[in-house]
Ligand binder design. Structure first.
Ligand code: GCU
Length: 683
């Protein structure tokens, strides 16, 4: 059904209006020579389906140009039609997954040439994106290479069918402790991912329990089936593995990375996997974190642990992606010397140079845990001799759980633009992540998926923009958040101007609105324990998880300075350290992350901290209600089912924002005893 969201941004709806429509109808002939390659086959299917949808005409396929204009696709050096479409300069400039896309001014033929079938597939999606957004296909002259090499998705799916931090139904991968038999849905997911540029996926939760440990062994034939589906969309499959698999399923009594039996077990396991899945990507590992096993048990460090697995995968070309989300989750809240924010850097930075070259460290974007606002992790870029990827969370665990709208691309852009200053000015996260600064063999993006088996994939229809945007940003971080949003909106909803503008405004304001009625000034958390939905200012204040705000009757915030606090600021390059260290220069939005201040401390904005809290929470709840009002104006302009769905979610958000407002404001009025300057109702 068109309004149920299942087709997401791959609508291929008939384009009947707009200045370029007439151009498309001419293209109903496709030329392709390499019909036996699986990825090319996917590209052909996609192009056929897309063109037939967009033009309403049947597409014919052949091995050579019979009529003009045609669409010619293929890898360089495989046929006359494709090779004579491009000059050698062009084909030389196209890298592994890139493509060239050109219109011949005489014949009108559109050619998509690439070095690999994957490049052809990406080029096909590009052409369909142009038409899907109503663009001209005359005079195309495009050459694209992905900026980031690894563009990965992490599923946090468990084999019982649940999804850790999943807000869109159950797993599409597993049910009843088995791999799903609904392979069609997996294939549709693969299409969505490939169309946005994703090239790798880890198919199970990083918390690997007993059953999931057996994905390596008894479920391997099923994993191979999934790998085949993703392979056809140029996506490499990875497994999250249990660090203690040797004990859990291997019949050994140890998981010591230096024990020869343990190492042998992993070598055999790897060989068996590659016998079934020759292009298997490798392992994703969460070790010594949140009660998961790891090398610490044996007095070894994370380089020992990662290298053991890397050695097993190396002969097969596999890689180990080792997560840096390692901290003490049994902290005593009375202990003011331990700072969770410091943990990743403290654990990993000293190990620089010790990891094998097929190990990649996966570093969360911030030092705590995907909060609505955090500084950038100081570990990123701080290990020149080690491969790193940045980890984002598309799933909105702390940003409204896909009940509230929160378009995350602006947040990620801000992170990418952060100048670490590690090698002088201009050492941005973007340059570090793309591998430009240290020249490591591997680099890129990873992120926790936000999908489940809800018909519309993401629970909130507007949350699809985050999945799409993640892929697009990973492909090309130069794209702006608006550009990405515009693409997604137009592909998903069409070109109706009022509708497009309304959704664009909703998306572009949503992150700041969400931030304004939740935890203030970078302090984080203040959510209900466990499920993390909804306000609870002291929810984590007396817990062992290391996420505190230290509010008392005088003030609040965490002193992470080097002068008087936990010393976290010293993990940054000197210039950033000084920026955060000083109350005068610390940006308002992160003030309470770095400093403990009195409620009447005056921000750069001129407001006191307490008045800022009241103002942002009143405004935030009002602006959340405004999102619903804006949406109501597009009734009748959008499919009714989609309209109702979004209206319901926005209504829930508006209500829930009031709950946030009142809880936060009341809490701080009671703590501080300082009245709202404008005398508004605080309970
Ligand atoms: C968060 C999240 C957990 C998850 C963890 C991780 O703490 O709440 O569910 O397992 O991150 O990234 O490993």
């Amino acid at each position: 059904h068109p309004g149920d969201g299942y087709l997401a941004w791959l609508q291929y709806r008939r384009i009947t209006a707009g200045t370029n429509v007439d151009q498309y109808a001419a293209y109903n002939h496709l030329v392709v020579t390499e019909q036996d390659d699986v990825v090319i086959r996917s590209a052909v299917n996609e192009l056929t389906q897309g063109m037939e949808g967009i033009t309403g005409r049947k597409v014919s396929i052949s091995g050579k140009t019979e009529t003009t204009p045609s669409i010619i696709i293929g890898t360089f050096g495989t046929g006359l039609a494709i090779d004579k479409s491009f000059s050698t300069g062009v084909s030389d400039a196209v890298k592994a997954e890139g493509y060239a896309l050109q219109t011949d001014s005489i014949t009108g033929n559109i050619a998509i040439g690439a070095a690999t079938p994957a490049g052809v597939l990406y080029g096909v999606f590009h052409l369909l994106r142009i038409m899907g957004t109503g663009g001209s296909v005359h005079n195309l002259n495009i050459l694209e290479n992905p900026v980031n090499q690894l563009r990965m998705i992490n599923q946090w799916d468990n084999m019982d069918g649940s999804v850790e931090r999943g807000y869109a139904g159950k797993s599409i991968f597993y049910e009843d402790n088995r791999v799903t038999s609904n392979l069609q849905r997996i294939q549709d997911y693969a299409r969505l991912l490939a169309s946005s540029g994703i090239n790798a996926i880890a198919i199970n939760n990083v918390n690997v329990h007993r059953v999931e440990s057996r994905l390596l062994t008894e479920f391997l034939p099923d994993v191979a089936k999934l790998a085949a589906i993703f392979r056809a969309y140029a996506i490499k499959l990875f497994l999250s593995v249990n660090y203690a698999s040797t004990i859990e399923i291997g019949g050994l009594s140890s998981a010591d990375p230096l024990d020869s039996d343990v190492r042998e077990w992993w070598r055999t396991a790897a060989s068996e996997i590659y016998a079934e899945i020759p292009d298997f990507g490798g392992f994703l590992v969460k070790a010594d974190s949140e009660n998961r096993p790891g090398p610490f048990t044996y007095g070894r460090d994370h380089a020992d642990g990662a290298n053991m697995l890397a050695e097993a995968l190396k002969p097969h070309g596999g890689i180990v992606i080792w997560r840096c989300f390692v901290y003490n989750c049994k902290q005593d809240w009375r202990d003011r010397t331990t700072d969770r924010a410091r943990a990743a850097y403290d654990h990993f930075q000293p190990l620089d140079g010790r990891f094998m070259d097929n190990v990649i460290l996966q570093v969360k974007n911030g030092p705590i845990d995907f909060q609505v606002r955090e500084p950038v992790s100081p570990l990123l870029g701080a290990m020149p001799k080690t491969n790193q990827v940045i980890e984002f969370q598309i799933a909105q665990e702390y940003t409204g759980q896909q009940r509230h709208v929160c378009y995350l691309i602006p947040q990620w852009k801000k992170i990418m633009d952060f100048d670490t200053q590690l090698q002088g000015e201009g050492t941005t996260i973007q340059r570090i992540v793309e591998g430009d600064v240290h020249g490591n063999p591997y680099s890129g993006f990873a992120a926790v998926s936000n999908i489940g088996n809800d018909t519309n994939w993401t629970g909130h229809l507007l949350a699809q923009a985050n999945l799409y945007g993640y892929g697009r940003l990973a492909w090309n971080p130069e794209m702006s958040a608006e550009e990405i949003a515009m693409e997604w909106i137009t592909l998903t909803f069409g070109t109706n101007e009022l509708l497009v503008q309304t959704i664009l405004n909703i998306l572009m304001n949503s992150w700041v609105i969400y931030e304004s009625y939740t935890a203030p000034l970078g302090v984080g958390f203040m959510v209900n324990p466990d499920h993390h939905y909804g306000p609870n200012v002291d929810g984590y204040e007396y817990s062992m998880w290391g996420t505190y705000h230290f509010a008392d009757c005088y003030g609040m915030g965490v002193d992470r300075t080097t002068a008087t606090g936990t010393g976290y600021t010293s993990q940054y390059a000197r210039i950033n350290m000084e920026l955060y260290e000083s109350l005068e220069s610390c940006p308002d939005e992160l003030l309470l992350f770095f400093h403990h201040v009195p409620y009447n401390h005056v921000l750069h904005s001129g407001k006191t901290v307490i008045q800022h809290i009241y103002d942002t929470h009143f405004e935030g709840a009002e602006r959340a209600a405004g999102l619903l009002d804006a949406w109501k104006l597009v009734k009748g302009q959008v499919d009714e089912e989609a309209y109702q769905h979004v209206a319901n979610r926005l209504a829930e958000q508006a209500e829930h924002a009031k709950e946030w407002r009142d809880r936060i404001n009341t809490y701080f009025l009671r703590k501080s005893g300082i009245a709202d300057q404008w005398g508004r109702t605080i309970y």
